[in-house]
Ligand binder design. Structure first.
Ligand code: CDP
Ligand code: MG
Length: 750
């Protein structure tokens, strides 16, 4: 017998390749509705399915869809950890190998094969795979499931639009032979339908799943005259959940949450604790403080000398003072404290699913809203909710800035709901009931915080030529869309026919606002790519300068900031902060995981003097912002290198600086303000004034925080990065440019 590789079972215990016919019995709330769901899958093109978290949507529906429709199914998740954990769980449930019939696909990691018929992937991965041409029809699948649609991420909103057009094209092609009878349909769909016929693609079913009950938006969107969407709302099964609020607002929310977790662990009954904090920094801080508190208490209760005898405990004590504290998972005082956020490595994230060691009886998980809906944490009895989350908004450079914002009522309810799964739970809200009442009802869709020119450029790169006819889930107004096109046309990202140009394609590779992408690409002509990359990165980080509120410290800070000030203004000053920082600190990139590389960085920093945090504190600069700028710069640098820009070219000592300013002037050509002339009759009596007028005619003032505030004589022409309206209208990021450059670029400016 010829042995064929791959067909032999590797061992007697290896799981079978084929999927079982049905799921193992369970009492998940969704199971009694499986027959209804099957019926809908057969009769409707689209199902909107809502049920509370943990009821069995993510684990059972892809399998149900696959067995009912006999077709490959994919299910999207907003987060990577959900893809890996759920696919691992489902494959073990069905006793098949992960990467065989069931698999996952996330950035830099995938476990799928030709065999795979049920895949879990991130929105981003499916979007990338389906972004253009043939891919837009989702040819690999007969059913696409968009999970956690209520989160309204840009990726899942876009997928909704794309699957809708694919669904229209794939589902009616068999009935519609001649395109003339559907002449009212967009050209886009007609084109797609031609491909469907040529390639003989079968129908596409869509399932949209969400944990919050408001499904009207999706129902309206997916219903077509030929086929209305089916809506299934499945009641959840949760135990009673008591909710408590604070009487007074807390001063420091991280500290307050740590105290609450400590209190629960010290005095409340069994069960895991889940605490929601906005982001990584807060979580790392809280993990550190809580472990410290628990270790101190444990030490109090035992004899210290005894404790030091075992190496494990010695490790633990050193870990308190060491920076690695947040990575240790030793139980302390009977509890395992675990951080959970998306930038942790997959193996660190999986820690929350590991069984507890014998010395512990409680997990305390401190998480971002990653644990709000995507993950099922079985034993949580206590939820502590800070009421805050990090949300992407547009910073002045259009780089997505994560800002801490209050959550929505829907999120608060969702967070509390995480604790009533196995028995009655308690949700401790670290805000007042009054605050809760003021929360907005549902989460803000990410598209609202996104720059529309960037969104349009993205659509064009996807090959969607008729943007005006694109069916957005949250349609922007026509005038906003036209404005976005105007901007792209001015930047030469689109031609007169509104088609994307090769320059526009280059711009789309840079993850910043289109204006800044244009500035970066232009800098190659001016031989100043490194300087512009630094400037854009520093501008995107925000709050570089620390300005204390008390007068004495504010004066000290201003004194320290003086040495970074450039005569030409704010953008060159920020650049000077970065270059000085690089020169004067030991900087080891926190994102550099390769130890050899880290040591190399240490060795090659010739002027090792002061460590990063200390240097920043001494100079009244914000260490986190500088680090952020550094990592943004690295990302931009890598992309520009791939675009063959001269990323390492040294500046010409004679003409370089002037070229850099000229480049800023040309790049930000639409953000120019000219000094207002007080007296037109008598040219001699023109006084220096801080009053300016933008090219579009808005009267503005230089912001008091600007280097050019009260400059005497005031520069005639400046470029700015942002307009802020408070009592007065201010411009920030103000940089002096030559008036003749402005007139050259804008012949009508005066
Ligand atoms: O998607 P939905 O929130 O409706 O629930 P699910 O993720 O399908 O989870 C259903 C059940 O599967 C949970 O209640 C857990 O008991 C179990 N599960 C698990 O133990 N481990 C996972 N990684 C995922 C689910
Ligand atoms: Mg789910």
């Amino acid at each position: 017998m010829v042995k064929r590789k791959g067909l032999e079972p590797t061992s007697k215990t290896s799981p079978p390749l084929n999927l079982p016919k049905s799921l193992p019995p369970s009492n998940l709330p969704i199971v009694p509705y499986h027959d209804d769901i099957k019926r809908c899958l057969k009769s409707s093109n689209c199902i909107i399915l809502t049920s509370s978290t943990g009821s069995g949507k993510t684990t059972t529906i892809p399998f149900l869809a696959h067995t009912t429709l006999s077709t490959p199914v994919t299910c999207t998740q907003p987060r990577r950890v959900a893809c890996t954990s759920v696919s691992t769980y489902v494959s073990s449930l069905l006793n098949v190998t992960l990467g065989g019939k069931i698999g996952y696909n996330i950035r830099f990691d995938k476990k799928i094969s030709k065999e795979t018929v049920i895949s879990y992937q991130t929105d981003y991965m499916l979007l990338r795979g389906s972004a253009s041409g043939w891919g837009r029809l989702f040819p690999d699948y007969g059913c696409v499931i968009i999970d956690e649609a209520h989160e309204r991420s840009l990726g899942s909103d876009f997928l909704c639009s794309l699957v809708k057009s694919a669904m229209k094209a794939r589902n009616y092609s068999r009935f519609i032979k001649d395109d003339s009878d559907i002449s009212s349909e967009p050209e886009e769909i007609k084109q797609l339908r031609k491909i469907v016929r040529k390639r003989k693609l079968g129908p596409l079913k869509v399932v949209v799943m969400s944990a919050t009950i408001s499904a009207t938006k999706f129902e309206d969107f997916f219903s077509t005259p030929l086929s209305p969407a089916s809506v299934l709302k499945i009641p959840g099964k949760t135990h009673r959940i008591d909710v408590t609020y604070l009487k007074d607002p807390c001063v420091d929310f991280v500290e307050a949450c740590v105290e609450a977790m400590y209190r629960v662990h010290s005095g409340y009954g069994e069960g895991d604790v889940l605490c929601f904090l906005p982001g990584r920094e807060e979580i790392d801080g809280a993990v550190y403080s809580l472990r410290k508190l628990l270790i101190e208490r444990e030490e109090d209760s035992k004899e210290k000398s005894k404790l030091m005898k075992t190496t494990e405990n010695a490790d633990r004590v050193t870990a308190v003072s060491g920076k690695n504290l947040n990575l240790t998972t030793h139980p302390t005082d009977g509890a395992v404290v675990l951080p959970l956020y998306s930038s942790l490595s997959p193996s660190q994230q999986q820690q929350i699913f590991l069984p507890l060691p014998s010395t512990a009886h409680r997990r305390i998980i401190i998480s971002t809203n990653i644990a709000e809906t995507s993950l099922t944490l079985e034993n949580v009895i206590y939820v502590i909710d800070s009421g805050l989350e990090k949300k992407k908004t547009l910073g002045s450079t259009g780089v997505g800035v994560l800002k801490t914002e209050v959550i929505s009522k829907a999120s608060a309810i969702q967070r509390s709901g995480r604790c009533g799964r196995i028995r009655p739970g308690l949700a401790i809200r670290m805000y007042r009931e009054l605050d809760f009442e003021s929360f907005k009802e549902v989460q803000r869709p990410e598209i609202e915080g996104s720059n529309l020119s960037n969104v349009v450029l993205l659509l064009l790169t996807m090959g969607i030529t008729n943007v005006m006819e694109f069916e957005f889930l949250q349609p922007p107004s026509q005038s906003k869309l036209l404005k976005a096109f105007e901007t792209l046309h001015r930047l030469k990202a689109v031609n007169d026919k509104m088609q994307i140009t090769p320059y526009g394609t280059k711009m789309s590779k840079l993850p910043v606002d289109v204006e800044w992408a244009n500035l970066i690409l232009k800098s190659d002509d001016y031989n100043c790519v490194p300087e512009i990359l630094t400037s854009v990165a520093m501008l995107s980080a925000e709050n570089i300068f620390h300005r204390p509120s008390n007068e004495l410290d504010a004066q000290k800070a201003a004194q320290k900031h003086k040495r970074f000030k450039s005569y030409e203004g704010d953008i060159p000053s920020l650049k000077s902060v970065y270059t000085t920082w690089l020169k004067e600190t030991i900087y080891v990139d926190p994102n550099q995981n390769n130890l050899a590389q880290r040591y190399k960085q240490l060795r090659t920093s010739k002027s090792i003097k002061i460590p990063h945090p200390e240097w920043c504190n001494n100079n009244y600069l914000n260490p986190r912002s500088i680090q952020k700028a550094h990592s943004v710069r690295k990302q931009l640098y890598d992309i520009c290198k791939n675009l063959f820009l001269n990323v390492d070219r040294e500046m010409d000592p004679d003409t370089g600086y002037l070229n850099y300013l000229k480049c800023i002037c040309e790049g930000l050509n639409h953000q120019i303000a000219l000094r207002s002339i007080i007296n037109n009759d008598d040219k001699e009596s023109i006084k220096p004034t801080g009053k300016y007028k933008t090219l579009s005619g808005i009267e503005v003032n230089v912001h008091p925080n600007s280097t050019l505030f009260m400059r005497n004589p005031a520069p005639q022409a400046v470029v700015f990065t942002e307009i802020i309206e408070t009592k007065k209208t201010y411009i920030t990021g103000v940089t002096q440019v030559k008036k003749e450059w402005v007139t050259e670029l804008n012949p009508f400016a005066h």
